[in-house]
Ligand binder design. Structure first.
Ligand code: UPG
Ligand code: MN
Length: 811
C-alpha cells in the first residue's frame, strides 16, 4: 500500500515540479527535474520485483528419509564441483587449498562428489599446491567426519575459538584436534615454501618433480593439462575410506584465440566433467568460496530432487557471505540489501539471479534446453497479479508462438513419451540407442548435435543421459584423451558454446547473462538461505580494490545492456516473467544512473555558489507534496527493513555506497562500455585480490591510487567549497538570507554525508593522502568554480551585477 501511495505522491510531485519551473535558473531546474525523473524510474525498476518476497525452509531429515536411508545405498544424485582460479599471486594457493579441502570433506556420499579445479594461470604452483592438498586431505577428511566439525576449511576452523571447558568436549577430540592443528601448520609451511619458491621463475622455466619441463611455462601458449588425484584408484584416507575425486584441469591456451575468461574456464570444466563423471548437478565456486556448511549440497538437493517442482529448477543460488570484513562494513562489501532484500523478492517471481558463485546447477539447463512443461499449471501463474493483468503482457508473445507452432508440434511428439526429458535427449536415445529410425536420420541428428556441442562423440552422448553417469564402455585412458580433446582451444569454434550452451560469453559478468538465458528458457531458480551460511568468501576491503570490483560488475552490465541480450528487447515470447524482466533491466541499466547522479551531486554546489535553487519558493500545497514524498520514502525503507531483517546500518551503508559507486565506478563503466561498443577497445578482467593470512584490516586502510577516485573527490570538494561560500555569504548579508540558504545546505549535506565513507577512505589511517589526488581535485574544483563565476549560465542576463551574487569576492 505504501508503495502505491508513494507512486501516487510521485505523480503529484512531478506534476508540481514540471509545472513550476524556476524562471531565474531555468537550466538548474531542468537538469534537476530530468535527474529526478530518472531516479523515479530506477526506483520503480528496483521496487517492483520486490512485491512477493519468499523465505524458504528445508527439511534435511525428510531428504534423508527419501533418498539416503541408513544402511541402504544412497540414492542422492552426484554433484560435480567446479573451482575456478587464475592467478596464484592474487589468489593465494592456501586460499584455494582451503576451498578444496572443504569440498573434499563435504557431508555427502563420497562416490557422488568430484572436485574439478580450473587453473587459467597454468601455474605449476597451483598444480603442486593441489598435489599437497590431496595428500593432506587423507588426514583432514576423516578428522572432519569423525568429529563432525564446521567449517571444514582448516584455516577458518582453527581460527575459531572453542570452549575446552565445556563438558561435552571429549578428551580424544582435544588430543586429535591438537595433532591435526600441528599437521595443518606443517601443511601450511609446505604450501608457503612452494609459494616462496614460485616467486622467481627460473630462466629455463619450471621443471616438474620427474625432471620434465612444466607444459604451462608459457601462460598464453600451452597445451591442455589434466591430472586426476584421489578418487577410486587414487588411494584412500588414513581410515581406509574412499575420498572424492579431485581433478586439476588447465585448458589449452593459444595466441589468437579468445578464451572468454571465467565463462570459458567453466565451459571447459562442463565438458571435462561430462566426459569423466557426468554428474547431473554442478556446483561452481570461486577459489576463495569455501563450504562453511558441510550440508550445503543436501540443502540444494532438497529443491533439485523435489519430485514435484524440482524438474523445473535450473539452479539453487546461495547468498554470498563473507569473512574478514571490517565491523562497520565501510564499503558495503557484504551487499546485504541485495542478498537479503532483492534476491528474496525475486524468489517470489521466477527465482534469484545467478551471482557467479555458490550456485548448484542442473547440468541439463546448460545445454540450451527449455524447461520441461509441467502438465498441471503451477498454482500461481503470474505471481500475485490477477489474470486480466497477464493478458496484457502475454499479448506480445502470442504472435511469435503461432509462427513457431509447427516446430513445437514436432517437439510435442517426443514430449508425450516423457514430459520431463529435453527434446534432444529423446531424439538421441530413440534414434541412436534403440536404433528405430533409419541410419540417415541418425546421422542428421548427430550432425545437429555436433554443430551444437562440438566434435566429441563422448561428450555429445553424455548430454543425452539426463540422469548423468558415463558410458562404461570406454577405458579410463581413452576418456582422459577425450577430456584433453574437449578442452582444446579450437573446440568451441562454430558451436553453440557461450551462445546458447554453457556459461554465456560477451560480458565480463558472465553470471547475469547465464542466469538470464536460463530464465528466458522458462526455468525457475531457487534462493536458499540455510541458518548456517552455506559458503563464505573474501571481499576486497580497501577502497580502490572495492571500486575496481564494482567497476567490473558495472562494466559487465553496460556490455549486456548494449548487446543483443539487452533485457529490454531480448527473449519475448519465451518463459521470462515480466517482473523478472524488470529486475534484469534494473541489473543492467543501473550504471547509467551514474550520469544523472553526478549531475545531481553537482547541483547543490552550484546552488550555493550562485544563490539560485532548483525549486521556486514553495507554496503550502507544494511543501505538502515534498513532505509526503519524504514520509513515503521513509516509510517504504522502514517497512523493507522490517520484513527483511536488514539493519539500519547496513541499509544506510548501501545508500552511501550507491552514491560512491555511482559517481565513480559506474560512471567509468559507462564510458568504458561505450568505448568498447563504439570503438572496439576491450578491457581486461582484473581479478579481485583475495586477502592472504595477514589479518587486522591493514588492507582496509591500504591506499592505492586510481583515476576512479577523481570524480567523487571533486564532488566532495566543490560541495564543501559551496557550503563555505554559502555560509559566508549569509553571514555578510544578514538575517533574512539564512532562510533560503537552508534548503541548499541540506542538499549539499545530503551529498557530503553520502560520500563520507569515501572521504574516510581517502584519508586513510595515517591521514596521509597522496598529494597527486589532492592536487588534481583542487585543480578541477577551482577551475570548475571559477568557470562558474565567469560564465554563470543559470543567471538571467538582466539580473544586474552578476558577480556580487555568487558570494565569492572575485573582483
Ligand atoms: O580468466 C579468468 C578470470 C577469472 N577467473 C575466476 O573467476 C573468479 C571470480 O573472480 P574475482 O576476481 O574473485 O571476482 P569477484 O569480484 O570476487 O567475483 C564476483 O563477480 C564475478 C563476475 O564479475 C563472478 O564471476 C564471481 O563469481 C563473483 O564472486 C575467480 O575464482 C577467478 O579465479 C577465471 O577462472 N579465469
Ligand atoms: Mn571473489
Amino acid at each position: 500500500m505504501i508503495i502505491i501511495i508513494r507512486l501516487v505522491v510521485l505523480g503529484f510531485f512531478f506534476h508540481y515540479r514540471v509545472m513550476h519551473p524556476v524562471n531565474d535558473a531555468y537550466a538548474l531546474w531542468l537538469v534537476s527535474v530530468i535527474c529526478e525523473i530518472w531516479f523515479a524510474i530506477s526506483w520503480i525498476l528496483d521496487q517492483f520485483p520486490k512485491w512477493l518476497p519468499v523465505d524458504r525452509e528445508t527439511y534435511l531429515d525428510r531428504l534423508s528419509l527419501r533418498y539416503d536411508k541408513e544402511g541402504q545405498p544412497s540414492q542422492l544424485s552426484s554433484v560435480d564441483i567446479f573451482v575456478s582460479t587464475v592467478d596464484p599471486l592474487k589468489e593465494p594457493p592456501l586460499v584455494t587449498a582451503n576451498t578444496v579441502l572443504s569440498i573434499l570433506a563435504v557431508d555427502y556420499p563420497v562416490d557422488k562428489v568430484s572436485c574439478y579445479v580450473s587453473d587459467d594461470g597454468a601455474a605449476m604452483l597451483t598444480f603442486e599446491a593441489l598435489s599437497e592438498t590431496s595428500e593432506f586431505a587423507r588426514k583432514w577428511v576423516p578428522f572432519c567426519k569423525k568429529f563432525n566439525i564446521e567449517p571444514r576449511a582448516p584455516e577458518f576452523y582453527f581460527a575459531q575459538k572453542i570452549d575446552y571447558l565445556q563438558d561435552k568436549v571429549l578428551t580424544s577430540f582435544i588430543k586429535e584436534r591438537r595433532a591435526m592443528k600441528r599437521e595443518y601448520e606443517e601443511f601450511k609451511v609446505r604450501i608457503n615454501a612452494l609459494v616462496a619458491k614460485a616467486q622467481k621463475v627460473p630462466e629455463e622455466g619450471w621443471t616438474m618433480q620427474d625432471g620434465t619441463p612444466w607444459p604451462g611455462n608459457n601462460v598464453r601458449d600451452h597445451p591442455g593439462m589434466i591430472q586426476v588425484f584421489l578418487g577410486q584408484s587414487g588411494g584412500h584416507d588414513t581410515e581406509g575410506n574412499e575420498l572424492p575425486r579431485l581433478v586439476y584441469a588447465s585448458r589449452e591456451k593459444r595466441p589468437g584465440f579468445n578464451h572468454h575468461k571465467k565463462a570459458g574456464a567453466m565451459n571447459a570444466l562442463v565438458r571435462v566433467s561430462a566426459v569423466l563423471t557426468n554428474a547431473p548437478y554442478l556446483l561452481n565456486l570461486d577459489c576463495d568460496h569455501y563450504f562453511n556448511n558441510s550440508k550445503a549440497l543436501k540443502e540444494a538437493m532438497c529443491f533439485m530432487m523435489d519430485p514435484l517442482l524440482g524438474k523445473k529448477v535450473c539452479y539453487v543460488q546461495f547468498p554470498q557471505r563473507f569473512d574478514g570484513i571490517d565491523r562497520h562494513d565501510r564499503y558495503a562489501n557484504r551487499n546485504i540489501v541485495f542478498f537479503d532484500i532483492n534476491m528474496k523478492g525475486l524468489d517470489g517471481i521466477q527465482g534469484p539471479i545467478y551471482v557467479g558463485t555458490g550456485c548448484v546447477f542442473r547440468r541439463q539447463a546448460f545445454y540450451g534446453n527449455d524447461a520441461p512443461k509441467t502438465k498441471k499449471p503451477p498454482t500461481r501463474t503470474c505471481n500475485c497479479w490477477p489474470n486480466w493483468c497477464c493478458c496484457g503482457c502475454c499479448f506480445s508473445g502470442r504472435k511469435k508462438k503461432k509462427t513457431t507452432k509447427s516446430k513445437s508440434e514436432k517437439k510435442q511428439k517426443f514430449r508425450r513419451l516423457d514430459s520431463g526429458a529435453p527434446v534432444f535427449a529423446l531424439e538421441g536415445i530413440e534414434e541412436g540407442i534403440e536404433g528405430i529410425e533409419s541410419e540417415k536420420s541418425t546421422m542428421l541428428s548427430e550432425k545437429k548435435l555436433e554443430k551444437k556441442f562440438g566434435q566429441s562423440p563422448v561428450f555429445v552422448a553424455s548430454t543425452l543421459l539426463e540422469d548423468g553417469g558415463t558410458l562404461k564402455i570406454a577405458s579410463p585412458a581413452s576418456l582422459l584423451k577425450e577430456a584433453i580433446h574437449v578442452i582444446s582451444c579450437g573446440y568451441e569454434d562454430k558451436t553453440d558454446w557461450g551462445k546458447e550452451v554453457g556459461w554465456i560469453y560477451g560480458s565480463v559478468t558472465e553470471d547475469i547473462l547465464t542466469g538470464f538465458k536460463m530464465h528466458c528458457h522458462g526455468w525457475r531458480s531457487i534462493y536458499c538461505i540455510p541458518d548456517r551460511p552455506a559458503f563464505k568468501g573474501s571481499a576486497p576491503i580497501n577502497l580502490s580494490d572495492r571500486l575496481h570490483q564494482v567497476l567490473r560488475w558495472a562494466l559487465g552490465s553496460v556490455e549486456i545492456f548494449l548487446s543483443r541480450h539487452c533485457p529490454l528487447w531480448y527473449g519475448y515470447g519465451g518463459g521470462l516473467k515480466w517482473l523478472e524482466r524488470l529486475s534484469y533491466i534494473n541489473a543492467t541499466v543501473y550504471p547509467w544512473t551514474s550520469i544523472p547522479l553526478v549531475a545531481y551531486c553537482t547541483l547543490p554546489a552550484v546552488c550555493l555558489l550562485t544563490g539560485k535553487f532548483i525549486t521556486p519558493e514553495l507554496s503550502n500545497v507544494a511543501s505538502l507534496w515534498f513532505l509526503s514524498l519524504f514520509i513515503c520514502i521513509f516509510a517504504t525503507s522502514i517497512l523493507e527493513m522490517r520484513w527483511s531483517g536488514v539493519g539500519i546500518d547496513d541499509w544506510w551503508r548501501n545508500e552511501q555506497f550507491w552514491v560512491i559507486g555511482g559517481v565513480s565506478a559506474h560512471l567509468f563503466a559507462v564510458v568504458q562500455g561505450l568505448l568498447k561498443v563504439l570503438a572496439g577497445i576491450d578491457t581486461n578482467f582484473t581479478v579481485t585480490s583475495k586477502a592472504g593470512d595477514d589479518e587486522d584490516f591493514s588492507e582496509l586502510y591500504a591506499f592505492k591510487w586510481t583515476t576512479l577516485l577523481i570524480p567523487p573527490t571533486t564532488l566532495l570538494i566543490i560541495n564543501l567549497i559551496g557550503v563555505v561560500a554559502g555560509v559566508s555569504n549569509a553571514i555578510n548579508n544578514g538575517y533574512e538570507s539564512w532562510g533560503p540558504l537552508f534548503g541548499k545546505l541540506f542538499f549539499a549535506f545530503w551529498v557530503i554525508v553520502h560520500l563520507y565513507p569515501f572521504l574516510k577512505g581517502l584519508l586513510g589511517r595515517q591521514n596521509r593522502t597522496p598529494t597527486i589526488i589532492i592536487v588534481w581535485s583542487i585543480l578541477l574544483a577551482s577551475i570548475f568554480s571559477l568557470l562558474w563565476v565567469r560564465v554563470d549560465p543559470f543567471l538571467a542576463k538582466s539580473d544586474g551585477p552578476v558577480l556580487e551574487e555568487c558570494g565569492l569576492d572575485c573582483h
